[in-house]
Design a protein around this ligand. Structure first.
Ligand SMILES: [Zn+2]
Length: 319
């Protein structure tokens, strides 16, 4: 069976998987990444990909696909800008191509995850689809008319940085105020909990070290009926619904899939946002965009990167 190597370049580790043409993952290899300099990252990528290429299922490899954070020039695989890694215009694709004989492609990690989820996950069978990954930030991607939308300069799909609360929101990692990501990511949920804390002086919800306070703790407390957590959850899901309604107005996809840690509480989250999205949907026929939880989880990025390698690019136009 023909396979491809799908690679996910994360902030703390690199994962490379051998993946079949049907999206099946055979094996995954993970190597820690403790230094984000370009030279070190290239070394760790090569090490992880070489491990995957030694797998018995990697006899007939069609290509290697790499999902990387940042704004990425599709043909060359150069990372034009990645604030997470502190990179500006680094030749990631070109450098790796000099080490491997296989065709090699680099795409934005969130766009790769969108392609994976669209081809083999919740989005399968749709032609207009949006994936949002709610984690530390919000990653996303848009499929319109059966093609991933890359934009004029590979910037389409940066849904996390459209502002929904420019006057009273939280400061975003990008410097703006009230971005969708600042309000409705996992980090956003924690910030909502701090924002409403003065109204709950006897709450014990935030009595842990700030670096140990995860969004999961707040979500679970909300599910258990904790009033402070529920107030934070209402602020969070209200902001999430605002952004979702904007997406509906922009692209009216058949389906918006929510991935990432926060969305593991599927019904609890979807029940909170669906009605509000309908209320905020005015000019688009209501109920024509479904909202559901993504299926592939953390594997979406690797599966999508492998799909990019099979297709010869993120889009059938070879971009
Ligand atoms: Zn932002």
């Amino acid at each position: 069976m023909r396979t491809a190597i799908g690679v996910d370049l994360g902030g703390s580790h690199v994962t490379a998987a051998v993946i079949g043409e049907d999206g099946k993952i055979f094996r995954q290899h993970e190597v820690d990444l403790d230094d984000r300099s370009f030279k070190n990252v290239v070394g760790v990528l090569i090490e992880t990909i070489e491990q995957a290429l030694k797998d018995p299922e990697a006899q007939d490899v069609a290509g290697i696909g790499i999902g990387s954070p940042g704004n990425i020039e599709a043909r060359s695989g150069a990372v034009l800008y990645s604030p997470n890694f502190g990179w500006t215009d680094v030749p990631l694709g070109e450098t790796l191509r000099s080490h491997f004989d296989h065709p090699l492609f680099v795409g934005n990690d969130a766009r790769c995850a969108t392609l994976g989820e669209y081809t083999f996950g919740t989005g399968k069978g749709t032609t207009n689809f949006v994936l949002l990954t709610l984690g530390t930030g919000i990653g996303g991607g848009i499929v319109a008319g059966g093609e991933l939308v890359l934009g004029n300069r590979f910037g389409a799909g940066e849904i996390g940085h459209h502002q929904i609360r420019p006057t009273d929101g939280f400061i975003c990692s990008c410097g703006k105020t009230g971005c969708f990501e600042a309000q409705a990511s996992g980090t956003g949920l924690i910030r909502h909990a701090f924002a409403v804390a003065p109204s709950f002086p006897r709450s014990k919800l935030l009595d842990v070290d700030r670096d140990k306070l995860g969004s999961k703790k707040i979500r679970k407390a909300a599910q258990a009926g904790d009033l402070h957590a529920l107030a934070a959850w209402r602020g969070f899901t209200g902001d999430l619904a605002l952004g979702l309604a904007n997406i509906v107005a922009f692209v009216n996809p058949e389906l918006i899939a929510l991935g990432g840690g926060v969305s593991t509480a599927a019904d609890f989250m979807l029940d909170a946002v669906r009605g509000r999205v309908d209320e905020l949907t005015t000019m688009v026929p209501r109920g024509t965009t479904r909202i559901a939880v993504a299926q592939l989880g953390n594997d979406a990025g690797q599966v999508g990167a492998a799909t990019m390698a099979f297709r010869g690019g993120l889009t059938t136009g070879r971009a």
